[in-house]
Design a protein around this ligand. Structure first.
Ligand code: ZN
Length: 186
């Protein structure tokens, strides 16, 4: 994937201890709270929920690893077994389904640089709009497409090429409108 260089990305640190106060992409800790701060806690949390709901023990999913996407700011997968949306521990590429018990290892996550770019793009959006799939058909959006969406909504670009893409698109729309206008006057 050809990408422009990341122009703006700075984690916002506000206090002297350097605590990262703005978490953009949410993982098990942010979604499940202090029950899932570590991998071990996340696994225990899954086991406890399954047990509480009478669903048996966790089991390892052995099919092709699912791909992570971002939904409402959460890093999730479509559970390949039940379609639920378990949250992904990106650094461990692990998603634990609390619905059916699937343990999904080796989840497909973006490479580090792409993840940084994705985070920067999502940081410019309100949480509800932090989605990495197209709303209409659920197709995964490219980083460029996501950044273009931001600029079209008046948000600052992250990638170098985005403003040029948006300008070209606006020019094409204006040309089409002109052509339509000329046809209508004939
Ligand atoms: Zn499941």
């Amino acid at each position: 994937m050809a990408l422009g260089r990341v122009r703006l990305f700075r984690a916002r640190r506000v206090d002297s201890v350097g605590v990262l106060t703005m978490v953009v992409l949410l993982g098990p800790h942010q979604v499940h709270g202090s029950n899932a701060r570590t991998e071990a806690e996340y696994r225990l949390f899954q086991r406890a929920i399954l047990r509480r709901n009478g669903r048996g023990d966790p089991w390892v999913y052995l099919g092709p690893p699912p791909l992570m996407f971002v939904s409402g700011g959460k890093c999730v997968i479509d559970c390949p077994n039940c379609g639920n949306g378990p949250v992904v521990d990106v650094s461990r590429r692990l998603a634990l389904c609390c619905e059916c018990g699937a343990v999904c290892e080796g989840v497909g996550v973006p490479a580090a640089e792409d993840l940084e770019t994705l985070t920067a793009i999502m940081a410019n959006r309100p949480q509800a709009a932090r989605n990495s799939r197209h709303a209409d058909d659920q197709r995964p959006a490219t980083l460029s497409e996501l950044d273009v969406e931001n600029v079209e909504r008046g948000l600052p670009p992250v990638l170098d090429d985005t403003e040029a893409i948006v300008a070209a698109r606006r020019a094409a729309v204006a040309d089409a409108a002109d052509a339509q206008h000329i046809r209508e006057r004939r």
